[in-house]
Design a protein around this ligand. Structure first.
Ligand SMILES: Cc1cc2nc3c(=O)[nH]c(=O)nc-3n(C[C@H](O)[C@H](O)[C@H](O)COP(=O)(O)O)c2cc1C
Length: 191
């Protein structure tokens, strides 16, 4: 006997959807939010889908200070509901830029107020022509300078057309509690 596929429609569910207004609640970030249905009679709301934004934390660190900052950035983004990938500079390439909604880049001041030149600089410069309109944020540790490397890095990102989503975070050598809290906020603002 021929069996036909059966479409099981739950009339109650159909009515519920039909009399609801859909809206996206996203706290300003279109890639991280929820699709809600609001019942026009009862005003009850129900979440249909949850979108997670994808955030990459890409960093280089020689003695661990910027790495500690990177972990705090990741923590802040996760707490805000983002799906976070923490990647050393050697494991990130320009091809991956489009896979993320936002990217936090971390690099200490090296050379003479420069980005680390063996791994981070080549990786970052390859990414630059893909950063236009991208939500990014910068962080890193420094020693004896006054943060000049970060100012020139920010200028570079602005020239690339990147959207610096929040103030950069710089920490003198090992990040203290305030520095780590600032890193968590930076992560949260990208989520
Ligand atoms: C080769 C080298 C060059 C550095 N150049 C600078 C510099 O120009 N300005 C500065 O403020 N700190 C400079 N520093 C200090 C580092 O930025 C600082 O120690 C930082 O905390 C290192 O971060 P990390 O632990 O993530 O590698 C330099 C350190 C090294 C090893």
């Amino acid at each position: 006997m021929e069996t036909r596929p059966q479409l099981n429609i739950d009339l109650n569910s159909m009515m519920r959807v039909a009399r609801s207004i859909p809206y996206i609640g996203n706290k300003g970030n279109p890639s991280n939010g929820s699709l809600w249905l609001v019942d026009v009679f009862t005003f009850k709301k129900e979440r249909l889908f949850y979108f997670m934004s994808k955030v990459a934390v890409v960093y280089w660190s020689g003695t661990g200070n910027t790495e500690a900052m990177a972990m705090a950035v990741a923590e802040g983004a996760k707490e805000k509901g983002a799906e976070v990938s923490v990647l050393p500079a050697s494991e990130f390439s320009a091809d991956q830029v489009s896979s993320f909604d936002a990217i936090a880049f971390g690099c200490p001041s090296m050379g003479a107020e420069q980005l680390e030149e063996m791994e981070f600089e080549p990786m970052f410069s390859a990414c630059e022509n893909r950063l236009s309109g991208k939500n990014i944020a910068l962080f890193g540790s420094y020693g004896w300078g006054d943060g000049e490397w970060m100012r020139s890095w920010e200028a570079r990102c602005n020239d690339d057309g990147a959207n610096l989503a929040c103030d950069s975070v710089i920490c003198n050598e090992t990040p203290d509690d305030d520095g780590l809290a600032a890193c968590r906020n930076l992560g949260a603002s990208l989520a």
